[in-house]
Design a protein around this ligand. Structure first.
Ligand code: HEC
Ligand code: HEC
Ligand code: HEC
Ligand code: HEC
Ligand code: HEC
Length: 181
């Protein structure tokens, strides 16, 4: 998957002040600090001559963790704006995400060891599911591709996503294979 992005189409017939207000509304919840939006001017639409030029603005999407977005800092940090965490390892996360590992026969080693942070950011991420890396890189951070190609079950996998066969957290099947219904 390429970089996630959203196209905002702004009808710019109106004043630039209105545009700025629109931008503020549209950009609420979108982090602009790292990458400024790219603004391009496509041709005028031929059907609506009254509308004037249209600006298409592309901004990177930042996914935010719900409790972070809701300002519930105390769910994870000691009260009073402390940077210190209320718990270590997965205890911090499983208070709300217990279902994730419930009744599983097999747990993925880093999940068992409470290393959620190796794959997830607790606040926000440009990747879906708050992942720290893109696509297969989440897995290849620890599992070297050279080793992976030697695995029997991988002979015909081509460029298939690891997650098309494996669960990232747990499974009732060996090798974390996704449960077939
Ligand atoms: C879901 C749990 C969770 C929530 C909710 C949360 N944090 Fe954090 N926060 C963490 C974790 C985990 C770290 C440690 C990150 C690390 O060391 O990589 C952290 C680190 C920090 C740090 C240290 C600097 C940094 O970014 O690593 C600050 C400052 C911080 N959080 C502020 C906040 C504020 C402000 C809020 C509320 C708007 C908040 N956090 C909500 C889990 C959370
Ligand atoms: C105070 C409760 C709470 C805590 C603590 C908490 N989460 Fe969450 N988390 C939520 C809620 C609410 C959502 C959004 C609803 C959902 O997907 O369940 C969410 C969603 C997520 C998602 C999915 C995000 C998406 O884009 O779909 C991930 C990944 C996640 N949390 C990881 C973590 C990790 C890692 C920790 C520990 C650092 C953690 N959570 C701690 C409440 C919490
Ligand atoms: C090895 C990497 C890895 C580790 C470690 C990991 N996750 Fe995940 N997690 C993922 C991936 C990849 C997804 C993406 C969606 C999927 O499962 O298909 C995900 C999705 C999620 C989601 C949202 C989707 C869902 O299944 O509900 C939550 C919540 C979550 N993880 C929480 C956690 C918590 C809590 C921990 C620690 C106990 C953890 N994860 C450890 C890789 C990991
Ligand atoms: C933080 C390092 C780390 C990351 C990231 C990671 N793994 Fe693992 N994984 C391990 C460790 C450690 C083991 C167990 C050691 C072993 O037996 O090789 C393991 C074992 C496995 C196994 C074998 C499980 C079994 O029961 O034999 C599978 C399948 C697997 N991982 C898939 C994945 C997938 C898919 C991803 C990406 C979503 C991923 N891993 C990301 C560290 C990681
Ligand atoms: C087409 C389905 C499929 C895909 C895609 C896939 N796997 Fe597997 N994987 C398997 C099967 C089946 C096994 C069972 C072991 C075997 O066949 O020897 C396995 C086994 C494993 C093992 C355990 C190997 C061992 O010998 O202990 C790891 C680790 C693993 N896969 C990681 C990954 C990673 C990382 C990716 C993505 C780069 C990936 N897999 C993609 C099907 C798949």
């Amino acid at each position: 998957m390429g970089a996630a992005s959203i196209l905002f189409i702004l009808v710019a017939g109106c004043s630039s002040q209105t545009n700025q207000r629109l931008l503020r509304v549209f950009f609420t919840g979108v982090d602009q600090t790292n990458s400024p939006p790219v603004v391009v001017e496509p041709p005028r639409p031929s059907t609506n001559t009254a509308a004037g030029p249209v600006a298409i603005v592309t901004v990177p999407v930042i996914y935010r963790h719900q409790p972070f977005l809701d300002g519930k800092c105390d769910a994870c940090h000691l009260a009073g704006g402390s940077e210190e965490l209320r718990a270590t390892g997965s205890a911090l996360c499983l208070e709300c995400h217990q279902k994730l590992i419930q009744n599983a026969k097999f747990l993925h080693a880093p999940v068992r060891d409470g290393r959620c942070a190796l794959c997830h950011d607790a606040h926000k991420s440009p990747e879906r599911f708050l992942l720290t890396r893109k696509g297969q890189d989440v897995c290849l951070n620890c599992h070297k591709m050279a080793e992976m190609t030697k695995v029997k079950g991988h002979l015909s996998m081509g460029s298939a996503e690891c997650l098309s066969c494996h669960d990232a957290h747990r499974s009732n099947e060996k090798y974390l294979l996704k449960t077939r219904q």
